[in-house]
Design a protein around this ligand. Structure first.
Ligand code: ZN
Ligand code: ZN
Length: 332
């Protein structure tokens, strides 16, 4: 690359402002690619990192929902080429030598490198990343639609699978927001009867549009409809997930996929029903591949607001205050 500088959203310190700055374009290492970003989704984890409720390193460029095209490759890269459309998920490198790496579960590696934590993320015009950490984006999927799949879509599809759903089981989704609006669509794409649980009257019609077979307000209402075998707990309220347990069927699973600030008090009902709480992140590249493929085939559509990178601070504010409908994406 000849150009020396790019725009990037730099956060100078914890609780600092999202500031568009000029910084050097990264040089890809021998096993890395340089990605010219076209879209970068803002995840609620970016809010946690900015506010210090998740540990981060500053100054930093956040962003772990990248989508762009490869414009340069390192000398040792054989599996990617200039022009490939790619993105990558949060975990990008691991040590390759510990019990977790050797056992095929590198997300538990204590020496992992995460996008936007240990190294610069994607709220910028360019980023470098290990070629092996990238995933090809299906041709039918735009960059703007692909970006949020690299965290939000991957999380809900991987979480649903991790609950080990069986044919004929019923799925409920708690919270119709950044993760939840995708969870409803992924559960329907997989063929499950799906019930949305939301306290917001204005989201009821939307949940139906997204494919929900029924919409209820509470765990008690979910129970009255016969309950759900799997509850996908999304959103920023533990209380809403705990309340939904009233509608969990015997041996049901609550998938906890959104970390909130309020206490998580497990009700006795979970014990009586021999239920399980399954904490779940992204669970392996096959789920990212499938999540992108389902979106490319039109079975899942991200509802999003796009902002030019110069309006990053405004976009961040929309996400931090819960106003974004439902993902905010920076476009370059
Ligand atoms: Zn995320
Ligand atoms: Zn390791």
């Amino acid at each position: 690359m000849n150009a020396c500088c790019m725009k990037a959203v730099v956060i100078p310190h914890v609780r600092g402002a999202w500031t568009v700055s000029q910084v050097a374009i990264p040089e890809p290492k021998h096993d890395e690619v340089l990605i010219k970003l076209h879209a970068s989704g803002i995840c609620y984890s970016d809010v946690h990192l900015t506010q210090g409720s998740l540990p981060g390193k500053f100054p930093q460029i956040l962003g772990h929902e990248p989508a762009g095209e490869i414009v340069a490759v390192g000398a040792a890269v054989t599996s990617r080429t200039v022009g490939d459309r790619v993105g990558l998920a949060w975990n990008q490198r691991s040590c390759g030598r510990c019990e977790w790496c050797l056992g095929g579960r590198p997300r538990f590696c204590l020496h992992g490198i995460s996008t936007g934590i240990e190294v610069a993320g994607s709220h910028a015009e360019y980023m470098s990343a290990p070629a092996d950490a990238t995933m090809l984006i299906p041709d039918a999927l735009s960059y703007e639609q692909a970006a949020p799949i690299f965290c939000a879509g991957y999380t809900v599809w991987g979480g649903l699978q991790y609950a080990d759903p069986k044919p004929h089981e019923r799925v409920a989704v708690v919270g119709i927001g950044g993760l939840g609006h995708l969870a409803v669509q992924y559960a329907k794409a997989a063929g499950f009867e799906t019930i949305a649980v939301t306290h917001s009257p204005d989201k009821r019609a939307l949940a139906t549009q997204l494919g929900a077979d029924a919409v209820v307000e509470s765990g008690a209402e979910l129970a009255a409809l016969g309950g759900a075998d799997i509850i996908l707990g999304t959103g920023n309220s533990h209380q809403a997930m705990v309340d939904a347990i009233a509608g969990l069927r015997p041996e049901g699973r609550l998938v906890w996929m959104g970390v909130a600030e309020d206490p998580f008090v497990v009700p006795a009902r979970l014990f009586e029903q021999r239920g399980r709480i399954v904490a779940s992140g992204q669970n392996g590249a096959q789920y990212l591949y499938e999540a992108l493929d389902l979106a490319a085939r039109g079975k899942v559509r991200v509802m999003e607001e796009c902002f030019p990178i110069d309006q990053a601070a405004e976009a961040y504010e929309r996400v931090a205050t819960g106003k974004a409908l439902f993902r905010a994406v920076l476009v370059m």
